[in-house]
Design a protein around this ligand. Structure first.
Ligand code: URA
Length: 264
């Protein structure tokens, strides 16, 4: 039985969806991105809730399939709550549409990274699965994301992402309010670079582990908005194109993935 009453954090329930039973959610960290996806890219979109900054919308893909555009908030603890509640409502596929900092010279702002797996350095994930549990994206959803990027001519990279809990310390930023970066974090970005990790972000490791444990398909596409081989700063001039590309790739992949699924 799906809960009909509103779920506490996301602020909507089965009753708010009426006859509509979306099984796929596009999940943005930023509530404004969730609203942008709904208003500019989905048909017949309407708001389900704007609760605690966890804005959620429902609308149709060009194919006609209903999907959610929801907000995870920043970081894995918030994402874990939203994902748990979305799955309670019948969501079985989640595509994170995020932003990221590149740690490889060849991955440049404006491009997108599709995460095939994550080095998961996140406390929330340890409440869900053992630390050694693989943080792997759904392979079919990942292929759909890569094919979508190719079809749309979006410059993209597929590979491993470092998914960490903090934007400043955990991503080895020295230019912050913290005067003392812990010793073990000094040089971590260079180490990850040598391990062929593509990028830093803050949610997909826990999302992937949740997908494995709960049994839903998880994928992640992020627009590159920082190039950490050059600077700790966000490349604001590249953010618009990076986010727009990540959204278009996610939407095309959602259509492809849903079309490949056997009818329930
Ligand atoms: N998101 C991150 O987690 N890190 C960045 O550098 C940019 C976006």
């Amino acid at each position: 039985m799906l809960p009909s009453t509103k779920l506490y954090h996301i602020g909507f329930g089965r009753d708010d969806l009426g006859e509509i039973a979306p099984t796929l959610a596009l999940l943005s960290g930023d509530p404004d991105r969730a609203r942008l996806i709904a208003q500019q890219y989905l048909r017949e979109a309407r708001a389900l809730s704007e609760n605690r900054g966890l804005n959620s919308y429902v609308g149709r893909l060009p194919s006609g399939a209903w999907v959610l555009s929801a907000t995870s908030g920043m970081g894995a603890p918030s994402l874990s709550i939203v994902v748990n509640e979305l799955v309670q409502l019948g969501i079985r596929t989640i595509i994170r549409v995020g932003t990221t900092g590149s740690i490889q010279a060849r991955v440049v702002p404006g491009e997108v990274v599709i995460s095939s797996a994550a080095l998961c350095r996140q406390g929330a994930a340890n409440d869900i699965a053992p630390v050694e549990y693989p943080a792997a994206a759904d392979p079919f959803l990942t292929v759909a994301l890569a094919q979508a990027a190719r079809e749309l001519d979006v410059p993209h990279h597929v590979g491993i992402t470092a998914s960490v809990d903090t934007f400043y310390e955990g991503q080895e930023r020295y230019d912050s309010a913290n005067p003392h970066l812990l010793r073990w974090l000094h040089g971590i970005t260079e180490e990850y670079r040598r391990l062929n990790i593509l990028n830093y972000e803050m949610e997909c490791g826990t999302l992937f582990k949740m997908g494995g444990v709960y049994g839903f398909a998880a994928g992640c596409v992020c627009g590159v908005i920082a190039q950490r081989t050059q600077s700790e700063q966000i490349a604001m001039d590249a953010k618009g194109v990076a986010v727009e590309r990540a959204i278009r790739v996610a939407l095309r992949a959602a259509e492809k993935y849903l079309a490949s699924q056997p009818m329930a």
